[in-house]
Ligand binder design. Structure first.
Ligand code: ARG
Length: 295
């Protein structure tokens, strides 16, 4: 784990704490109360493989997945966030990964259109939830996109992943519908098939990410946009540590991401560790289970 400051190793050393003289680019003391949509993993299984984490032969324990998911939900509620629920649909084992269901910014709902047939029915199911709950600015997408799995919203920009799931054309479709600049980032490592497996917003203006998940050009874009980003290493990335949810003060993160947890704490964040090991068998972590409803 290093800070984004060139030449500056961020591992704490016993003698001189590495942050003693460094600027504090990360936690800015502001937090926002959020509204999340989640889907209880009542029909969770790993019965097909559409990413390298999934092995149908390995078997997943649904009861355990439900317990872990309930802990995540309580963690959010304990932090003062509001959690709404969408009814799980039988035969859609990945529907627990609500982040993929849509992208919602200022009350505008950009619907998802899944790449794989196995998840295709989730797009309309999520869109219907929004319509039923009074959202009237809803866009049925023409292009393949997997919602917040590949679109991460900051104050002035939306970061958008492509390479495995979301079509490049969906980036401009989202920009046009939402009226916000969308910046394309190319993912190159199949283990990090959605943008939210490799990067998360710390707040409205800074991010943490694992550079190795991105093409050289996209790494350069990230360095330019976020010179004070927190840089995670592969050890944190391979436990899906970057699949985290920050409210600007607290960061809900996979417990196994120990290097990232230390860095976040040193930068002034309060770490809320969660165990999502069962859902990780489908390639998901805390953020995957969480769709943010903005406005
Ligand atoms: N099994 C699911 C898939 O491959 C996992 C989705 C994880 N969601 C996410 N936002 N990264 O589509």
């Amino acid at each position: 784990m290093t800070t984004g400051i060139p030449g500056r190793e961020s591992r704490p050393s016993a003698a001189v704490p590495s942050t003693a003289t460094a600027p504090r680019p990360a936690a800015d003391g502001r937090r926002t109360t959020k509204h999340f949509l989640m889907c209880r993993p009542e029909h969770f299984t790993v019965e097909y493989a559409i990413n390298p984490w999934m092995d149908p032969a390995a078997g997943a324990d649904r009861e355990k997945a439900i317990r872990q998911w309930e802990e995540l939900r309580s963690a959010y509620e304990g932090l003062g966030h509001r959690v709404s629920l969408i009814e799980p649909v039988e035969g859609l084992p990945d529907m627990v990964f609500a982040a993929n269901g849509a992208l919602v910014v200022e009350g505008r709902v950009y619907g998802a259109r899944f790449k794989h047939a196995e998840r295709a029915a989730e797009g309309p199911a999520y869109l219907e939830w929004f319509v039923r709950n009074g959202f009237d600015r809803v866009h049925e997408p023409a292009f393949t996109n997997e919602g917040e799995g590949d679109f991460l919203t900051l104050d002035h920009v939306i970061l958008a992943g492509t390479g495995f799931r979301t079509d490049l054309a969906a980036h401009s479709e989202a920009q046009e519908f939402l009226g916000r600049p969308v910046v394309t980032l190319r993912l190159v490592d199949p283990r990090f098939y959605h943008l939210d497996t490799a990067l998360f917003p710390l707040n409205g203006h800074n991010v943490a990410y694992f550079p190795g998940a991105f093409s050289p050009g996209s790494q350069e874009v990230l360095r330019r946009l976020f010179p004070h980003a927190l840089i995670a290493d592969e050890d944190d990335a391979v436990v899906l540590g970057l699949n985290a949810v920050s409210d600007g003060t607290h960061v809900v993160v996979n417990a196994e991401a120990t290097g990232l947890r230390r860095t976040l704490e040193r930068e002034g964040f309060e770490v809320v560790p969660v165990d999502m090991s069962e859902l990780r068998k489908a390639g998901g972590g805390p953020k995957c289970c969480t769709l943010e409803i903005r406005g």
